[in-house]
Design a protein. Structure first.
Lengths: 235, 373
């Protein structure tokens, strides 16, 4: 079974949406803590972040959202955010508060592996990463390694990035940690194609878009990803 | 080098998505090789002299400030009308050494965009400049100039529609096209090694000014003053005087964009510095009549110089800058850009007598904005 992770932006409707995603077949829910200047994000998540901030989703409100989501679902919940929020809150204090509210781990999009090394988190690597950095990230990551499939920001693409295969081959040769692929995966077909290569798939921007239509739409969309991934045969 | 290696005390570092780290390593290596190569220095000197118009003069502004000896370092007379060209030329040579033929840049006032478009025309590079839609309105002549120079200006239509968002978009472009593209950052901000590269390329301002004022007066200035947005002309001026403990260093921020005066430590655009942010680390909007100072962040070395006490940072309001802008025009026949008009406003009030001010750019671009007030 391949793992399916769904990203949602923190907001008033998020606990209910997360529950719908899990009902649709999500194994992990990533919760975006919005930042005013999200360099790694394309337009969909950037806009969702702007709306969330306008609705008052600051760090404390996001932690409450995390706690409320924890009460409704049993799957791992992983906050995903930017260093500025942790700088302001305190790195360790943030990690402790997130764990206390039910988080399983943490993703910080603009914190490379050699920064804040005491902060346990899921590390990201990209097609541009050298073998040396892949190895370092795999060694330090918390549970699984996040493979950024594209040289670029978050957001839907036409096809699955051709760079993913090479990245997976290099990562497999260097480490045994589970590999999950994200960025640029939006359709059931892309998710299935990615799942043939890796242990898990992360879907963000498209899930955020569909979530705007409510829990029923999200449940249906996630179920379509789930069904597609479950037909894949591992190679 | 890494984000863990904070270059300036607690400030600097690399807070960027992993995708960019190899490019920053490559840039760092290319920069160190260039610094060690005498041909690089010679090429910069030649370009500075034959293309850009260096050295720029030092002008005594007697009527602007009677009773004082205020010297203006005339970066307004540099080709393209501002100090930004020093950095753009240097980074263009660096980009060519790195084998990159596409350049992306951000611009606020448009001066860095024009400088970048200029060097791209000169070097035959493809050029994309991101500019906030609000800044495109305020600085329309510079948008036209960039177009004439062959650059594509891409408007940024979200957020404050100014330099902060333009910088984010330029970095996103770089993340996407990093294999072919050099990000020609316009100020001493961004992830390491950018703040150091920009400081070194702008330090020609301070080196020349130090020698010129010594020749004119037989001593060093009591104070060196420059405006600070991201802080590149100030760091270039200060670089030559940091070791001269008797020379007071004063940076002047726009009162509504006082990243150093009222900011807190935080992370923006790849480095840790002092910035306008709320208690949650969300970056706040800056407000200034001057598009070049309208930025909530500042170079990490300035935050370090502030904390160490070596430099001090004060503010000037829109109205004070406008008054200084008009006064310099009327008393000296020099129309300054609104950015250094902030430095001029504070310079006149200083207790010291012998004062060096970096006149970082000329004011043609600001005429419409000033005349509408």
């Amino acid at each position: 079974m391949k793992t399916l992770a769904i990203y949602l932006m923190c907001g008033a409707a998020t606990p209910e949406l997360a529950e719908a995603a899990v009902e649709g077949g999500a194994d992990i829910v990533e919760l975006g803590f919005p930042f005013s200047d999200p360099l790694a994000d394309g337009p969909v998540i950037r806009l969702a972040g702007e709306r969330a901030l306008a609705d008052g989703m600051r760090t404390d409100a996001c932690l409450e959202c995390l706690g409320a989501t924890r009460e409704r679902v049993d799957v791992p919940l992983i906050p995903m955010t930017y260093a500025s929020l942790l700088e302001a809150y305190g790195y360790e204090r943030f990690a402790t508060a997130a764990r206390g509210a039910g988080a399983t781990s943490l993703i910080v999009a603009d914190l490379p592996v050699d920064a804040e090394t005491d902060l346990r988190r899921i590390q990201l690597v990209a097609p541009t990463s050298t073998d040396e950095r892949l190895k370092l990230a795999a060694g330090r990551t918390d549970g699984w390694l996040y493979l950024v499939t594209v040289t670029g920001t978050t957001g839907a693409r036409d096809g699955l990035s051709p760079a993913l295969r090479g990245l997976v081959e290099r990562a497999r040769a260097l480490s045994d940690v589970p590999l999950y692929a994200g960025f640029g995966i939006s359709t059931p077909e892309q998710a299935a194609a990615a799942a043939e290569l890796v242990d898990g798939v992360v879907v963000g921007s498209r899930a955020v878009e569909v979530a705007q239509d409510g829990p029923d739409s999200l449940r249906e969309y996630v179920a379509s990803l789930r069904a597609s991934i479950d037909t894949t045969i591992s190679v | 080098m890494s984000a863990a290696t904070r270059t300036y005390g607690e400030y600097g570092g690399r807070y960027v998505p992993e995708t960019l780290i190899p490019a920053l390593d490559e840039l760092e290596a290319g920069w160190q090789q260039a610094l060690a190569d005498p041909a690089f220095g010679r090429e910069l000197d030649d370009l500075g002299r034959d293309y850009a118009g260096r050295p720029t003069p030092l002008t005594l502004a007697e009527r602007f400030a009677p009773g004082k000896r205020i010297y203006l370092k005339r970066e307004d007379l540099l080709h393209t009308g501002a100090h930004k060209l020093n950095n753009a030329l240097g980074q263009a040579v660096l980009a060519r050494r790195l084998g990159k033929n596409r350049i992306v840049a951000e611009t606020g006032a448009g001066q860095h965009g024009v400088a970048t478009a200029t060097v791209c025309a000169r070097f035959g590079f493809e050029c994309v400049v991101y500019m906030g839609a609000e800044d495109m309105r305020r600085q329309a002549p510079n948008v036209e100039r960039m177009g004439l120079l062959g650059a594509e200006v891409r408007p940024v239509e979200y957020g404050t529609k100014t330099l902060k968002e333009a910088t984010s978009e330029a970095i996103r472009d770089w993340i996407t096209n990093v294999e072919t593209t050099h990000y020609l950052i316009g100020s001493c901000v961004g992830p390491a090694p950018y703040p150091e590269i920009v400081r070194e390329l702008q330090s020609v301002i301070g080196r020349e000014a130090r020698e010129q004022i010594f020749t004119a007066e037989g001593r060093l200035p009591e104070v060196a003053v420059a405006c600070v947005g991201g802080g590149s002309n100030a760091i270039g001026l200060f670089a030559a005087f940091v070791e001269d403990r008797d020379v007071r260093l004063v940076g002047v921020e726009a009162a509504g964009a006082a990243s150093l005066g009222t900011g807190r430590a935080g992370v923006l655009h790849g480095s840790r510095s002092s910035l306008l942010a709320d208690a949650d680390g969300q970056v706040l909007d800056a407000h200034s009549i001057s598009a070049g100072l309208d930025y909530p962040g500042v170079g990490p070395e300035h935050a370090f110089l502030r904390d160490s006490g070596r430099a001090e940072y004060v503010g000037a309001s829109d109205d004070e800058a406008l008054a200084a802008f008009r006064r310099l025009a009327e008393t000296e026949g020099i129309i300054p850009a609104l950015e250094p008009a902030h430095a001029l406003a504070r310079a006149r009030e200083l207790d010291q007598e012998l004062i060096l001010v970096c006149l970082s750019g000329r004011g043609d671009k600001d005429l419409a904005e000033v005349l509408s007030r």
